[in-house]
Every structure is written in C-alpha cells, then in structure tokens.
Design a protein around this ligand. Structure first.
Ligand code: BES
Ligand code: ZN
Ligand code: ZN
Length: 485
C-alpha cells in the first residue's frame, strides 16, 4: 500500500472510495454528505464503526474525538473494512487537531499501515484485492491551513515508523522452527546490509569468550545454537549514544521447569523484545536520526534435554556475579543479564534501554495492553512514558522498593533467579537485572516489560491478532523528543 499526499483538493483526486471521518458522532458536519442514508442504515459514528456507501463512493468511520489515537484507530478500521472489498484506490482529507499539525497526519498514516497488516504468510489463500494507493489531500475538515511541505514530511516519517512496526510484527509472528536464533541473526544481517548498519554476530564460542555463562546455560539444551546479535547505526554528528537490549527467546518452553501446555502456546513471541529492537534500528536508520544506536539481542531457545541447565545450578554471568537457579523458566533475565553487561562494556551508552517479554506478573499488574516501565531514574521514566503516550502506546510505571530487593537474595550465590514471594514478580525481575547494571549506568537504564502488549490473541484497536510491534513507536518518539531538548 502506497500513501501519498497532494496539494489537490479532495474533489480533484480520482479514487475508488473516499474515507470520511465522523467525529464525536456529529453527522451535521458539511463533509458528511450522506446523513440521511447513514441514519437510515443505523450508523451512529461510534469509535471504529464503519459504513460503506457504494453508490456515493464513500466509507464513513467514527472517531470519538480528534485525539491522535482515536484517529489512528478509525483509519485502521476503515482500511480493514475496505480490504474486504475490491477497492484498490482510496482518498481522504485531513482531520487535524488544534495543537500540532503533523500529529494527526502521522496518526492517519500509521492507522492505515498498521490496520492494513495481517499475518497471512503461511495461508495458502491471501487477500486477493489489496489496497494499492491512498491519496491524502492537504485539506482540513475544519478549514485549518495546511503546510503541504511539512505534511509530506510527516507522511514520510509516519510511513517509516509504521512499516518498521509491521516488520517487527512479522518476525515475531513467524513460527519458532522458522525463526530460530540463526534465522533471526540472518534477518539482522539483511537489515544491516539494506540500511548501512554495522553487524556483529557471536556464536557459542563467541559467548564463551565473553564469559556469558548465564546466556550459555539457557541455550544449552536447544538443537538450535544461540546467537548474540550486535547492530550499530553510527551517523555523523550523533548527539547521543544509546544501547537497546532485546530478549530474543525464539522459543520459551520453560526448560526443565516446563510450562504447562496452555501457557507454552504463544511462546514464539518471547522474542518480541529482540524484534522490537530490530524494528527500532530499521526506523532510526531510515529516519536518519542523529543518534548513535546499538541494538544488542540475545537470541536463543529455552528447551529441555539431558544437557539442560537445572534448578539448583549456579551460573556465573559476564560481570562475575553468581546466580542460583531455582526456576529455569525465569530465563529471560539470565540472557538479559549477560547482554546488559555486554552493552555497558562495549558501547558505554548515554542511555541503556532493554525490551523484554519478561514476566507474566507484569501482565497481571497492568493488563494485556500496557508496557511496564521500570528503572531508578524517575525523570527518564516519565519522559519515556510521555513519548509512549504521544505515539499511542500505553505504559505504566512499576516502582522499586528496598523490601522487594531482599526477595531475590540467595543463600548460596550472589543472587537468585526467582523471588521468594509470589507477589511483585515484574519488579523483582527488574531488580534482578539491576544486579547487572554498573553504578555509573543506574540512572541511564530503563527496563521495559512488554509481556502484555507484545502479543495478544485478539484484535485491539489498530493491532491485529498476534504481534503488535510494541516498543517500536514509543522508542522512535522518545528519540525524537530527546533530540528536541
Ligand atoms: N516469557 C515468560 C514471560 C511471559 C509470560 C511472557 C506470559 C509473555 C506472556 C518468562 O520467561 C517466564 O516464563 N517468566 C516466569 C517467571 C517466573 C518463573 C518467576 C513467569 O512469568 O511466570
Ligand atoms: Zn520463561
Ligand atoms: Zn521467557
């Protein structure tokens, strides 16, 4: 699907169908030219409600308000409805809010591209009539003046970000026997080649040489060997240096602390943090942001077998700390521990962010749609949450405290990989990671638990069944925000 913006008026553009938004159920707006038909058909204009009027060549879609996320969602709903038809070209005017001209243009474009995505790679029969083009007119429904040059730039930027999100979704959705650690590393290499990134891949021997005893233990029982993927985007005049670390469990069976069958399904999505990092690397390099960004991914499976790591084992991480294993299903933190050490040592970043489907507890705490934000630096947490909100992603901050910290003490090692309490699991997992953050990085570090939103088995807003690409848009937005400072 190609989205373009033109200086023509809506009426001058030829297309099969026009998308008209009904804002706050107001059918009296002059752009709503089919009020009587709509009323006859019982269309009220509720959020995401659509009504296709073939004769007048219009599809109406409801948005509760001009808030960017309502617009994003409405455009996704419209494109989904049109995908079921033989329509191939679409046009639309603009629905700007009063604050920022580009915000809703970006939301419209993102809604279209995100709403158009579905995971049909493995279906023999794919959608036969894809939408080819969407043409936006530089014409606002409330008569606001539109700077067409800035509007064009907004369309380009939003297209890059939304396509990077779909790129992330597709890799997450790919089944575990096809998206192995090796295959994930190959994806990274392809991306590096296409986008001019540096790419370093470590195999088991490389991990051994880096003393990554925790990562290696997790990977031991898998038929698919592990990979550490290190991508780097190094523009000239970089204003910051940022390291992104992603949990890349291409499959999490739980290991010897085996997951019950019902909980094992969807664990192909335990690589969502890694895939978000890949999507962010794709977006920043295509946007050409003046930030040096490193993407570090720990890719492995967590499986069972005669050589599997065990509860009662004591592992040694890259920074020399010993870890008592009491549950092999708390494996993500082990992989991240070594990768976080690697990031600090090799990159020495200004900010260190990790993305992981780390705990079921985070989903219990915040619900399925919300990313958990954790870290020591309140200002950093706050600025990230603000950016996420502007990108249309939900976040909730989960606070550390000194009592929770004591729950991961071990009698036999420096730290234990699970908490002694059944409560507060998202936070105790983050406090485990904290053992692998050096003093000088404490305030530079942010942990993002995307276990809830990364993969949901039902459609929500502009997100399809399956992977959502959580983490990509919020991080790109945060990058844009820190560059404004
Ligand atoms: N990958 C899971 C976390 C998860 C659960 C992600 C549900 C997405 C949806 C992680 O490796 C895990 O199994 N965590 C355990 C930790 C426990 C053993 C302390 C959990 O959350 O139950
Ligand atoms: Zn697990
Ligand atoms: Zn896991």
């Amino acid at each position: 699907m190609k989205i373009e913006i033109t200086e023509q008026q809506r009426s001058e553009i030829s297309a099969d169908i026009e998308i008209i938004c009904v804002i706050d159920k107001n059918l009296d707006h002059p752009w709503v030219e089919d009020k009587e038909s709509l009323q006859l058909l019982g269309f009220e204009g509720g959020q995401d409600e659509t009504c296709l009027l073939a004769e007048s060549r219009r599809i109406y879609v409801g948005a509760s308000s001009l808030h960017h996320d309502d617009i994003r969602s409405a455009y996704a709903a419209a494109i989904r409805a049109l995908k079921k038809t033989k329509v191939s070209s679409v046009k639309s005017g603009l629905y700007l809010d009063n604050e920022c001209m580009t915000q809703n243009i970006k939301a419209m474009v993102e809604g279209l591209i995100l709403g158009d995505y579905e995971f049909d790679t493995y279906k023999s029969e794919k959608s036969k009539h894809p939408i080819q083009t969407v043409t936006l007119a530089c014409e606002d429904f409330n008569g606001q003046t539109v700077d067409c040059e800035r509007a064009k730039e907004a369309v380009t930027k939003a297209t890059i970000t939304a396509e990077a999100t779909n790129f992330t979704r597709e890799i997450i959705n790919t089944p575990p026997d096809d998206m192995t650690p090796k295959a994930l590393a190959q994806k990274a290499e392809e991306l590096a080649k296409a986008n001019g990134l540096e790419c370093t891949i470590l195999d088991e021997n490389g991990l051994e040489a880096e003393n990554m005893g925790a990562f290696l233990a997790v990977s031991r029982a898998s038929a698919h060997p592990p990979r550490l993927i290190h991508l780097a985007y190094k523009p000239e005049n970089a204003k910051y240096k940022i390291a992104l670390v992603g949990k890349g469990l291409t499959y999490d069976s739980g290991g010897l602390s085996l997951k019950p069958s019902d909980y094992m399904v969807t664990m192909k999505a335990d690589k969502s943090g890694a895939c978000a990092v890949l999507g962010i690397m794709k977006a920043v390099s295509e946007l050409g942001l003046p930030i040096e960004v490193h993407g570090i991914i720990g890719a492995t499976e967590n499986m069972i077998g005669g050589n599997a790591y065990k509860p009662d084992d004591i592992l040694k991480a890259k920074n020399g700390k010993t870890i008592e294993i009491r549950n092999t299903d708390a494996e993500g933190r082990l992989v991240l521990a070594d990768c976080l050490c690697y990031a600090q040592e090799k990159v020495a970043p200004d900010y260190l962010l990790d993305f992981a489907t780390l705990t079921g507890a985070c989903v219990v705490a915040l619900g399925e749609y919300t990313t958990g934000i954790m870290g020591h630096n309140s200002e950093l947490k706050h600025s990230f949450a603000k950016a996420a909100n502007k990108a249309g992603e939900l976040t909730g901050s989960l606070p550390f405290n000194r009592y929770l910290k004591t729950l991961i003490k071990s009698n036999v090692a420096d730290v234990c990989n699970i908490s002694s309490s059944r409560y507060g699991g998202a936070i105790t997992a983050a406090l485990f990671l904290d053992h692998f953050i050096d003093e000088e990085y404490k305030d530079k570090w942010l942990h993002l638990d995307i276990a809830g939103p990364a993969f949901v088995e039902k459609q929500w807003g502009y997100n399809p069944v399956g992977a959502s690409g959580a983490g990509v848009r919020m991080t790109v937005k945060w990058f844009e925000q820190i560059l404004k400072k």
